[in-house]
Write a protein that binds this ligand. Structure first.
Ligand code: NZQ
Ligand code: ZN
Length: 388
């Protein structure tokens, strides 16, 4: 097991009606807030009114910046930075999903940075603390509600890139599972795929002696699969929504990979899809992950067989571990199909003749991606090919 330091300071407020506490929480930091949200789902539900009432009751001045799109765009981040600087705003409240939260985090990082915030997504280290961000989560998926990262798309070149800093973790996140009842089933499914992928990225490691975190990962994956299957037929069930909201947070709060090095190649391979074609991140992962697995499983057949046995209850074929490993990959792909997600480029209507461009973009900022197996350009091409 590797040495590690783990600190996650995000205060979690979980459960029914908790969004009403937002004014009280923010009053501890400021009297003026940038309210950042997406394309309008929070207005279709009563969430927008509830948030404004809570902020008004706490005497907090509200400046609004709506319009965050899924796969959040750099131009809106620039606008937010300008607004915060001109109006002396020092706290950002993100109400929405990963896209809104990531956009808020990027603004929070950009305000104290003298150059173009995009630099921070291209490798320039963040050296000044970000503005504090608070969140009200409306879709369990990206895990951005407790993560230290942000992912932004530069719409001028279709590059989707991430950056991170410990001060980027939200100071508080409010998680009310009831707020997720209105999610379309497709978004619910994309969220399930994303949170499962966050555990898988951590699970496939070369680190020996990681039994505790292996078991934590396996338990979390089992819970995601069980509750994910059920919620597709019972979307108004509070308990199922609550399990998924908790799982999505745990999957990406950094606790499952203490002492081990995760992989993350599938995320990088996927970000080229959502950056280029604006597909939902979770759907992109359902396409990429099985293909990545088919490409790398021989690197550690034992681990793939363990995954199949402990997560999908497969019997291990001791005479032929490879057979168990391949069945495990089939089980994962089948689960994504059960969620009605695409598992191939063609099923998502993505072009099949541009994978050279995707692979080229992937390695434009680094020689290889991934840690379990290093993926170079030719490998990326082979993985995209397997996913066509
Ligand atoms: O914009 P609105 O109208 O709010 O609609 C959103 C959006 O269209 C809708 N939605 C959200 N909550 C809803 C709702 N509709 C009805 N009822 C609700 N309660 O859902 C759509 C998708 O929202 P989005 O925020 O894009 O989804 P998600 O949370 O999956 O976030 C995806 C983004 O997060 C990034 C992804 O790359 C992608 O850009 N990620 C961020 C990470 C991080 N910061 O740590 C890690 C992840 O791996 C991921 O890369
Ligand atoms: Zn993800």
């Amino acid at each position: 097991m590797r040495n590690f330091t783990y600190q996650n300071g995000t205060k979690l407020i979980f459960g029914k009606d908790t969004e009403k506490l937002v004014g009280h929480e923010i009053a501890q930091y400021t009297t003026k807030v940038l309210l950042h949200y997406g394309g309008g789902s929070i207005k279709k539900t009563k969430l927008y009114e509830t948030v404004l009432t809570s902020l008004n009751n706490a005497n907090i001045e509200v400046i609004e910046l709506p319009g965050v799109q899924p796969n959040p765009r750099l131009s809106l981040v620039h606008e937010g930075i300008k607004m915060c600087r001109e109006q002396n705003i020092t706290f950002i409240l993100a109400v929405g999903g990963g896209s809104v939260i990531d956009s808020a985090k990027a603004i929070a990082a950009g305000v104290p940075y003298e150059g173009d915030v995009w630099d921070l997504f291209c490798g320039t280290p963040i050296t000044k603390d970000c503005l504090p961000v608070g969140t009200i989560l409306t879709i369990p998926a990206a895990g951005s509600e407790t993560s230290s990262g942000s992912v932004i798309t530069n719409e001028e070149n279709g590059l989707k890139r991430s950056c991170g800093h410990s001060s980027m973790r939200p100071v508080f996140s409010i998680l009310n599972p009831e707020l997720t009842y209105t999610l379309p089933m497709y978004q619910t499914a994309c969220g399930i795929a994303d949170m499962l992928a966050h555990v898988l990225e951590r699970y496939f490691t070369n680190e020996p002696s990681v039994d505790v975190t292996d078991r934590l990962c396996e338990a979390t994956m089992k819970a995601i699969i069980k509750n994910g299957r059920r919620v597709m037929n019972d979307p108004m069930n509070y308990d199922l929504r609550a399990e998924l909201m908790l799982a999505g947070m745990i999957a990406h709060n950094g606790s499952l990979d203490v002492g081990r090095l995760g992989d993350w190649a599938s995320h990088e391979l996927e970000h080229e899809l959502s950056g280029q074609y604006d597909i939902a991140h979770g759907a992109g992962l359902a396409i990429i992950f099985p293909a990545w697995m088919k490409f790398v499983y021989k690197h550690d057949v034992q681990r793939f067989a363990q995954f199949g046995h402990r997560v999908f209850d497969l019997e291990i074929n001791l005479n032929n571990l490879e057979e168990t490993a391949l069945r495990a990959i089939e089980c994962l792909e089948h689960f994504f199909k059960e969620l009605n997600l695409p598992t191939r480029f063609t099923e998502a209507h993505l072009p099949t003749d541009e994978i050279e461009l995707l692979a080229q973009k992937l390695v434009s900022h680094c020689e290889s991606v991934g840690n379990f197996v290093k993926i170079y350009k030719e490998d990326a091409l082979a993985i995209y090919q397997l996913a066509l």
